[in-house]
Design a protein around this ligand. Structure first.
Ligand code: SF4
Length: 156
């Protein structure tokens, strides 16, 4: 992904969804990527660093009225939230998904993803041959068959 972005490309995909059982998910926390802070549902704020895990002040968590909904950590430990290395990209993708334009862009992927899923079903998840050249040939063969099937279906 970094390669694509580095070359000036665009990444359009659904953002990762961080779940946390019945406790508050990461999405319930407010990330501020300008100030590099995260604010929990009770209003406690901590500083963040990409590619690290932030722990909220254990003392604040110990006395928090929302603790039961937030963490299963023992008393003396604060709630932790993992901050991804590519948090900025994830944040952008989450925002994009909330807009009409963003959702339309995501829908553009559907056609391609369906074709890829058909190919994966035909080919399986493992390469059949040793070496890139033979496998590329095999993939093109599978694509050609799939295209012929599509043409036949549309012609019928
Ligand atoms: S338990 Fe801690 S992190 Fe969770 S809401 Fe309360 S103060 Fe915030």
């Amino acid at each position: 992904m970094d390669e694509i972005l580095g070359a000036g490309g665009q990444v359009i995909c659904k953002p990762w969804v961080a779940r946390n059982g019945k406790s508050f998910a990461k999405g319930d926390f407010k990330l501020n990527l300008r100030d590099f802070t995260i604010t929990c549902p009770a209003g406690e704020t901590e500083r963040i660093k990409f590619g690290s895990v932030v722990e909220f002040d254990p003392e604040a968590c110990d006395h928090c009225r929302l603790r039961a909904n937030c963490t299963v950590a023992g008393i003396g430990s604060g709630r932790t939230v993992a901050i991804a290395e590519n948090e900025r990209l994830q944040h952008k993708l989450r925002k994009l998904q909330k807009t009409r334009v963003g959702r339309a862009k995501l829908r553009e992927r559907v056609g391609v993803e369906h074709r890829l899923a058909h190919l994966a079903r035909r080919q399986g998840r493992r390469a059949r041959y040793r070496g890139v050249r033979k496998n590329l040939f095999d993939l093109r063969r599978a694509c050609a068959i799939q295209n012929l099937e599509t043409i036949q279906r549309k012609a019928a």
